[in-house]
Design a protein around this ligand. Structure first.
Ligand SMILES: Cc1cc2nc3c(=O)[nH]c(=O)nc-3n(C[C@H](O)[C@H](O)[C@H](O)COP(=O)(O)O)c2cc1C
Ligand code: SF4
Ligand code: SF4
Length: 273
């Protein structure tokens, strides 16, 4: 069985969960391919039998960029399941994923939500604090993600042997109205430009390596100007904090993530290419 795992990740948390899911499917004998969603990338998904689609929750929903990118893909009426990471309040994230993928996919086999605040540094404990580990993706979460492959394959087999309306409706996240209203307010471009999008470059630190623009930014919000300095389009920024966590020079400042540290997850799971 060919499994495609598509995910959006700013700082590597969701990428790690995607990688754990992949390990679980591998262990069950599946071929697995991972795709990190990023503006401008198109994927041919016609050769896959099963899809896993994941995203972090931002303001109680998936980032608008993610819905836009997913809407352009064709899931060829194949079975799928959805997963998200969040700081504990995913809101409608699984529901958003479900609806956007379901448009072109087949039966939904389930949803997985992992709690771990991996990218908002302003109010989470700093690296080194004992409390910091509570905010991480734990070994327990890793085990859950790895075990998911088996569960999903069992559900798929059940569906294939006895496809029924009952199973089709077996797993369906329910939306919450107040989170829709809340996220509607806080995730539009003008709001991002006024909050999470705000970035500054410390020109004494930046060495113009251009990694932030070329490798990490999923939304195309960073360009390199003629003189080599990175330039931010704060309206395009989705606030994922990838750039400032990635920057090898620690040269990027963000309004909502001031105490950031160099972080292992993105190096392991995003920068591996
Ligand atoms: C702009 C922004 C908004 C967020 N909003 C929420 C939220 O509403 N609820 C929540 O539980 N976590 C929220 N988070 C935390 C992320 O969902 C969490 O850190 C996630 O693991 C990040 O995944 P990543 O490392 O793959 O980017 C938010 C993070 C950011 C950057
Ligand atoms: S990654 Fe950091 S050092 Fe490299 S260009 Fe971007 S801001 Fe400058
Ligand atoms: S500018 Fe930075 S925080 Fe904004 S979307 Fe790009 S990588 Fe993420």
């Amino acid at each position: 069985m060919n499994v495609a795992i598509l995910y959006f990740s700013g700082t590597g948390g969701t990428a790690k969960v995607a990688s754990d899911l992949a390990a679980g499917f591998h262990a069950e004998g599946c071929q697995v391919e991972l795709f990190r969603l990023k503006r401008g990338l198109q994927f041919d998904l016609s050769n896959f039998d099963l899809f896993a689609v994941g995203s972090p929750a931002y303001s109680f929903r998936i980032p608008r960029l993610v819905s836009r990118l997913l809407r352009r893909l064709n899931f060829h009426q194949k079975p799928f399941f959805v997963f998200c990471t969040s700081g504990g309040m995913p809101g409608n994230a699984l529901w958003n994923l479900y609806w956007v993928v379901k448009r072109t996919a087949g039966v939904c086999l389930g949803g997985l939500s992992i709690f771990a605040m991996t990218n908002l540094r302003s109010w989470m404990p700093k690296e080194g604090d004992s409390a910091a580990s509570l905010w991480r993706i734990t070994d327990h979460d890793t085990r859950i993600a790895r075990a998911t492959g088996k569960v999903i394959l069992e559900r798929l087999q059940q569906w294939q042997t006895a496809p029924s309306k009952k199973l089709r409706n077996n797993w369906k996240p329910t939306p919450s109205l107040w989170t829709i209203l809340w996220s509607a307010l806080f995730t539009w471009r003008w709001m991002m430009a006024a909050t999470a999008g705000i970035k500054r470059i410390d020109k004494n630190r930046c060495n113009k390596c251009s990694l932030c623009a070329t490798t990490i930014c999923p939304s195309g919000a960073i360009s390199i100007s003629d003189d080599g300095w990175p330039k931010f389009n704060e309206c395009k920024c989705v606030g994922c904090n990838g750039c400032l966590n990635l920057c090898p020079q620690d040269a990027i400042w963000s309004f909502i993530s001031r105490h950031h540290q160099q972080y292992d997850l993105y190096k392991q799971f995003i920068l591996k290419k």
